[in-house]
Ligand binder design. Structure first.
Ligand code: HEM
Length: 406
């Protein structure tokens, strides 16, 4: 039998969506988990609140990402927004067979071996951006870590990976509001901002791809053009380059900001890590668990199915609350604390199943390099005022993070 609508869950989700930007999601998730593993909202949508239920949704093939046909029925305005159309053509919003084809075309650039060459590039970018931050602090006593480091490092890495001109500031500006196209139930104003962003990113990439087709090169963009032509998938190069920018920037920027918040809030953990450098990879995993950059992912039932003991008809949507799953006390003791000595577990922060994060190795590499650089180069860096969050509940993004040297 289908569950009845949980008005309490609706009200809690409402607090998360409409509260001030500073509202902490984790206490709200705890209340949602107390209501049950699967909660029915209005408009045929469910919330999966605990780790096992989220894992099931993301792993099982009958839970697909929303198809254009589903969106035509359930989100009819989507075709009027360039940002929703562009986001709909990214890898994360494709189902097989197109998903399999496109993931195959781009996957090899993100395997651990393929990223070896990028390691020294990332190191140089991290060192340079942290040096610029330190210079600014020396002059003004304070600086904005989000603006000078967390937003710029991942974008510069992606430019180098794709072979794009290093127009990092302009690309950060252009991409800033793309997030709203991936937001849960975005407002019209947010979508208009996302549309401007999507047009700017598309214009930038179209110029870069045009140059590449005039002067063919065997780099990532060149390969994507070859894939587009040989497989005859219209606009595949643009869509895959957009995928990398959209999926790889906001998430990694959010991770780098949370990293500094975590180190600043738990100085004893930072001190422990300095004495245990071998624990760096586990510490990165714990930082990403503690504050997952992507807090939720949506799926639709492709056929009648059962989830957490509840019968769900085909066409119903479910939102897997990844942020809640990573704070599920049945899997993680005292989940709200940052603890670099935690035993490893099957995390959901990079997803699971077919859409498992393509950039997970790259993100982990960037995390390790930045964490090591922060501990070594700026051990006294600390948060010097309230972090300003971006509006939205899907990404844990910050607009600014003031820092100073203790
Ligand atoms: C800490 C940083 C990151 C986190 C936490 C993260 C998290 C995730 C999650 C949870 C998903 C699954 C979404 C779903 O199931 O609907 C995902 C998918 C994806 N991520 Fe990441 N991501 C990060 C960084 C990156 C980077 C750096 C890149 C690439 C440059 C990237 C590229 C992708 C792509 C292409 C997908 C879609 C894969 C598919 O649909 O097959 N991500 N990511």
């Amino acid at each position: 039998m289908e569950e009845t609508v949980s008005h309490e869950a609706m009200s809690l989700l409402g607090q998360l969506r409409s509260g001030p930007e500073s509202v902490e999601p984790y206490p709200i998730y705890a209340k949602l988990r107390d209501l049950g593993p699967l909660l029915r909202m209005t408009v045929g949508t469910y919330l999966a609140t605990d780790a096992p239920t989220c894992r099931e949704v993301l792993r099982r093939p009958e839970w697909t990402v929303p198809t254009p046909q589903w969106k035509d029925v359930n989100r009819p305005a989507w075709r009027t927004h360039p940002s929703l159309i562009a986001a709909g053509k990214t890898l994360m919003q494709h189902n097989p067979p197109m998903h399999t084809l496109q993931r195959g075309a781009i996957g090899r650039y993100f395997k651990p071996g393929a990223l070896d060459e990028l390691e020294s590039v990332i190191q140089e970018i991290a060192d340079r951006r942290l040096a610029e931050l330190a210079e600014q602090i020396a002059v003004k006593r304070r600086a904005d870590y989000a603006a000078l480091v967390a937003h710029l490092v991942p974008m510069e890495v992606l430019c180098r990976l794709l072979g794009l001109p290093d127009d990092v500031d302009a690309l950060v500006q252009a991409s800033r509001n793309y997030r709203y196209a991936m937001e849960l139930w975005p407002g019209r104003g947010q979508l208009l901002e996302a549309d401007i962003s999507a047009d700017a990113v598309a214009a930038y990439l179209t110029v870069a791809l045009g140059e590449r087709s005039r002067c063919p090169a065997t780099d990532v963009l060149g390969d994507l053009l070859t894939f587009e032509n040989s497989e005859r998938v219209p606009s595949a190069a643009l869509d895959l380059a957009t995928t990398v920018l959209v999926a790889g920037w906001e998430t990694t920027a959010a991770m780098l900001n949370s990293m500094l918040l975590g180190l600043s809030r738990y100085p004893e953990q930072a001190a422990w890590l300095r004495g245990h450098p071998g624990a760096l990879p586990d510490a990165c995993a714990e930082l990403i668990r503690w504050d997952p950059p992507i807090q939720m992912a949506s799926r639709v039932a492709a056929r009648d199915t059962v989830l957490a003991g509840v019968s769900i008809p085909a066409g119903r949507a479910v939102i897997a609350l990844i942020g809640s799953a990573e704070h599920d006390p049945r899997e993680v003791q005292e989940p709200g604390s940052l603890d670099f000595t935690r035993p490893a577990r099957r995390s959901l922060a990079f997803g699971v199943g077919m859409h498992y994060c393509l950039g997970a190795h790259l993100a982990q590499l960037e995390a390790r390099i930045m964490l090591r650089a922060l501990l070594r180069r700026l051990p006294n860096l600390k948060v010097a005022g309230p972090a300003i969050r971006q509006r939205g509940i899907v990404f844990r993004s910050l607009r600014s993070l003031p820092v100073e040297l203790a």
